[in-house]
Design a protein around this ligand. Structure first.
Ligand code: SF4
Length: 700
């Protein structure tokens, strides 16, 4: 029996798993999956999603492409025919509507090398816009880090969870969304206090020492008031502020008006409780703040993330074990997308208009500078809007399902209908998006692929094939190269033909940058403990767990971290008489992933998940509406859409809140086309709605 260590390609932890494979060549079978004991992230643990990765080999998949014919039917085609057809249609669309008449959207589920190759073919060679679904989860943190730290460089190592005596989770629910993080908190040997700040008494909040259930979209005011209180009480680290930061006096003056009394009105959290939190932070020797989608998916999310950074900076909780303002990513390779996709920035970081970086990247890629994209991509929302405005007529999406996951998702349905060419590259041909495609390109799942992933703590790890591809099967890289070849780009992709070749190009692009990975050996990553960036060439004796900013030096021109303040904005779409409630969204259960295209294959998950869309309301709201558990309710959104859900009753919600899991297409039918102004990340966590009961314990 062979043992193959690979990376779980679901969530941002990137756990490593040992697959035991038996059988003769051509008849290999996965006999067992064990969480890798020595891997520093998961240390012998894994969740049901990772332990069920062998399920993605089902009959649902077809190995051959599908092309929609003139009668609107999807017909099987050979790979050669599909590549030629796709390339010809791309050229026709670009010829008719201009280069930017075609666009692409990728995902944090692809490997670093696949994203890099798509960025090369799409952004460099075709001169099109390419964004990723990482825009939906991490764009806020990227913008917050760049402005405050000078580079998109999250500070922490996951071991900081175990060195922390005060763990503050803001808009994060690791019990469901990041189970390994939850395990590490729960079993931390360090006695600690766990504080959760979240409008919903989530699964994690129910297990916390303290829960701050603030009103929706009041987090920025709450954090500014907390900062003001810490400053007024003198519970700050003046020496750290002086030596390692800039902009503190302006920040201090700006937050002065955020008194506990004022904040209590906006947030619903009393001055006494705010003071208690400030005292907890003062007493903590190692305070760490962790945030994820509850912060990132808001209309003023970047400033909210920066308020968390400000609190960590002013209290000197940066760069030491157990500290940090730490953003947790969502998808396994979101960090790979952020640095090596050639979309919002050049490979390895840096701006498209920076001549020095352009020269360095062109040298690394052994190409003319003129081949490189000239500007950042337009963001996801602008791609969808431009399709609906008739400016983009062709779209290629890779391993993502925007018909389901895009905010206000009926706008994507309209977009798909407006397209002349809609290419979907995915494991499954029956996703909500793939069903609308004009060209479907089937690819193998992660257990048959090779490449590199970068997890939430900047750790590179190896994805290695557990099973061989069979027959006509192709992986994402082969499909990208097939289309590239049919487009006549053989010369341009000549150095990009293997995952190792692409990785080595990316290494060169990172040289001298904060995310320098020139010291990482592609082959050496296999079976290893992974390596966190930076890892420059010649680096030796690097610790297994490394955090950034231990020397207090940041990536800004001055080397100092920045305090950034902006007056909280008026809610662009507040609750009203017609829409007196608000919809909050999030993950449902630990076994469900995103739009459920993959986890529906896991019998155990399917057996314990609710099949139809469901939404939770408080006992008070249920009583007011005469709703019992399992009754059918209709939720009407201020975006003009309505959808039906089974009702759940949840005492963790206030009477104005409705919570719906993201795994059902109905949920994002109701979310808004509202975005953070800096990151353009959608405000998924808040939509004014109304609720009506439509049927007793019955059928949708
Ligand atoms: S889904 Fe996340 S927590 Fe679960 S095994 Fe995979 S990487 Fe680990």
């Amino acid at each position: 029996m062979k043992k193959i260590q690979t990376t779980c390609n679901y969530c941002s932890l990137g756990c490593n798993l040992d697959f035991y494979v038996e059988g003769e060549p051509g008849a290999e079978r996965i006999a067992r999956i064990n969480p890798a004991k020595e891997y520093p992230v998961n240390r012998g643990f894994a969740c049901i999603k990772g332990l069920s990765l062998d399920r993605q080999i089902s009959e649902r998949r077809s190995p051959l492409p599908l092309i929609r014919n003139d009668r609107g039917l999807r017909e099987t085609a050979s790979w050669d025919a599909a590549f030629k057809h796709t390339a010809q249609r791309i050229r026709e669309i670009q010829g008719k509507y201009g280069a930017e008449g075609f666009a692409a959207i990728s995902t944090g589920q692809l490997t670093l090398e696949e994203m890099a190759l798509l960025g090369h073919i799409g952004r460099n060679c075709l001169k099109i816009n390419v964004d990723g679904n990482t825009r939906l989860c991490m764009a806020t943190s990227v913008a917050a880090h760049k402005q405050a730290f000078g580079f998109d460089a999250p500070p922490y190592t996951l071991a900081d969870l175990e060195y922390s005596d005060t763990i503050i989770l803001i808009g994060a629910n690791p019990v469901v969304a990041h189970p390994i993080i939850w395990d590490r908190i729960r079993f931390s040997p360090m006695p600690h206090k766990l504080i959760v700040i979240d409008p919903r008494r989530s699964e994690t909040a129910r297990n916390a020492d303290e829960w701050y259930g603030l009103k929706p979209k009041s987090d920025l005011t709450f954090l500014y008031a907390l900062a003001n209180l810490l400053i007024e009480k003198g519970w700050i680290d003046a020496a750290y502020i002086e030596k390692h930061t800039e902009g503190f006096s302006e920040f201090k003056a700006a937050v002065r008006s955020f008194t506990p009394q004022y904040a209590a009105e906006i947030t619903g959290i009393s001055g006494e409780r705010l003071l208690a939190l400030a005292e907890t932070i003062r007493r903590g020797k190692a305070v760490s703040c962790w945030w994820t989608m509850g912060v990132n998916q808001g209309y003023e999310a970047v400033r909210t993330a920066q308020a968390i950074i400000a609190i960590a900076l002013m209290t000197g909780n940066m760069g030491r074990p157990g500290t940090g303002a730490n953003s947790i990513t969502g998808q396994i390779d979101a960090m790979g997308s952020r640095l090596f996709s050639n979309t919002a920035g050049l490979y390895g970081g840096g701006d498209f208009d920076n001549p020095k970086r352009r020269g360095a990247v062109a040298r690394a890629l052994q190409c003319e500078e003129s081949l490189l994209a000239l500007k950042p991509t337009i963001p996801y929302n602008a791609i969808v809007e431009n399709i609906n405005a008739g400016k983009i007529k062709g779209l290629w999406i890779l391993c993502t399902n925007p018909r389901h996951s895009w905010a206000n998702n009926e706008t994507f349905r309209t977009a798909a209908e407006n397209l002349e060419l809609f290419i979907v590259q995915d494991i499954y041909g029956d996703t909500d998006s793939a069903e609308l495609s004009t060209v479907f390109l089937p690819v193998v799942p992660g257990i048959k692929k090779e490449g590199t992933m970068i997890n939430t703590e900047r750790r590179l790890s190896a994805l290695r094939p557990v099973l061989p591809k069979s027959g006509e099967e192709k992986n994402d890289m082969e499909v990208l190269l097939g289309i590239g070849g049919a487009l006549g780009l053989e010369k341009e992709v000549s150095l990009w033909r293997t995952p190792k070749g692409v990785f080595n190009l990316m290494k060169e692009c990172s040289r001298g940058m904060p995310c320098d990975i020139t010291g990482v050996d592609y082959d050496g990553l296999a079976g290893s403990k992974g390596v966190q960036w930076p890892c420059p060439q010649g680096a030796s004796g690097l610790a297994e767990e490394r955090r950034l900013y231990e020397d207090g030096v940041y990536y800004t021109p001055s080397g100092k971290a920045k305090f950034i303040f902006e007056q909280p904005l008026a809610n662009p779409l507040p609750q009203s008489e017609d829409f007196p409630l608000y919809l909050n969204t999030g993950r449902g259960t630990v076994g469900q992933w995103h739009t459920q295209t993959r986890t529906r294959e896991v019998a155990y998950v399917a057996d314990v998940s609710i099949k139809k869309a469901h939404a939770a309301i408080s006992p008070g709201l249920a009583a007011a509406k005469g709703v019992n558990e399992n009754d059918v309710i209709e939720i009407t959104s201020s975006n003009g859409q309505r959808a039906r859900f089974y009702a759940r009753i949840d005492s963790g919600l206030d009477d104005a809140q409705v919570f719906a899991p993201i795994h059902y297409i109905e949920t994002n039918k109701l979310t808004l086309s509202v975005y953070d102004s800096y990151s353009k990340e959608p405000s998924y966590k808040y939509a004014p709605v109304s609720v009506q009961k439509v049927a007793e314990g019955g059928r949708l």
